[in-house]
Design a protein around this ligand. Structure first.
Ligand code: ADP
Length: 260
């Protein structure tokens, strides 16, 4: 790990980490963390990669719950945090470091300091890929994070709804401003399949994210339905790709993992 010197002065290089990808969304509540978790677990278990998951959503860290992480990271001899591993993924989250339910009211410089600790101050070992669950939105914090993390690419999560797509566009523009390639758009909560008659209902509209991706010349990497197992998996700390590995949604997440 090195900071300082030349053009890398403002970036956070992490020794041993080959690629860092961000999972981002223009607004909250669209399923960004759920996507980050299921993608990271698929990359580890289906693609057989060494995967880390960094919960950079410092304002609302949900990875400890979704990945069932207990306790605080131990500190190594070299004074670095040892990630907490579960479901085959090494995780670090601000949620494991602060008291539960404590409101996190941080200003920009503190966020950047925390980010530095959560990247360079961690014993990641050799990682093929570090998945970063970004804070939602396109403000200054997200821009400076994207610049400093030296991202290989960003995956944008959106629902099919107009307002969410408008925010997704803003997210795409933000990443292009800081020259981070967009890996594609993934549509979440695409439809709901009736458990009784199997008929799909397009609750938030149909095909919105695919259309936006096409218009912007971006890849459309997949659609994930609204499903109870996805929600319960997140709440119980056993991601759906672990609890229902052969389901259609798990295959869809696996496809996304292979594409990126
Ligand atoms: P964000 O990170 O964008 O704020 P989350 O991933 O925390 O969003 O998801 C918000 C809520 O919606 C969570 O309770 C999550 O379990 C649920 N959720 C997300 N995606 C789905 C889905 N495809 N089907 C059912 N519930 C979902």
């Amino acid at each position: 790990a090195e900071i300082g010197g030349g053009s890398n002065a403002r970036t956070l290089k992490i020794q041993g980490v080959k690629d860092i990808i961000a999972v981002a969304s223009g607004k909250g509540g669209v399923g960004k963390s759920t996507t980050a978790v299921n993608l990271a677990v698929s990359l580890a278990n289906k693609c057989r990669l060494n995967v880390g998951l960094l919960d950079a959503d410092v304002y609302g860290p949900s990875i400890p719950m979704m990945m069932k992480l207990h306790g605080k990271p131990e500190v190594s001899k070299g004074n670095k945090m040892i990630p907490i591993e579960n479901h085959g993924v090494k995780c670090i989250s601000m949620g494991s470091l602060v008291e539960k339910d404590a409101p996190i009211v941080w200003r920009g410089p503190m966020v950047m300091k925390a980010l530095e600790q959560m990247t360079r101050g961690v014993e990641w070992g050799q990682l093929d890929i570090l998945v970063v669950d970004m804070p939602p939105g396109t403000g200054d914090a997200q821009i400076s994070m994207s610049q400093r993390l030296q991202l290989s690419g960003a995956l944008i999560v959106s629902t099919p709804q107009d307002v969410a797509l408008m925010d997704a566009r803003r997210g795409v523009k933000m990443f292009s401003k800081v020259s981070v390639p967009i890996l594609g758009i993934i549509e979440n909560m695409s439809y709901f399949k009736c458990p009784h008659c199997s008929k799909p209902s397009y609750i938030f509209g149909k095909g919105g994210a695919r259309k936006t991706a096409n218009e912007m010349g971006l890849g459309f990497v997949g659609e994930i339905p609204l499903e109870e197992e996805i929600r319960s998996g997140s709440d119980e700390g056993v991601p759906v790709v672990i609890s229902h590995p052969n389901s259609a949604v798990s295959e869809a997440y696996g496809d996304v993992a292979h594409k990126i």
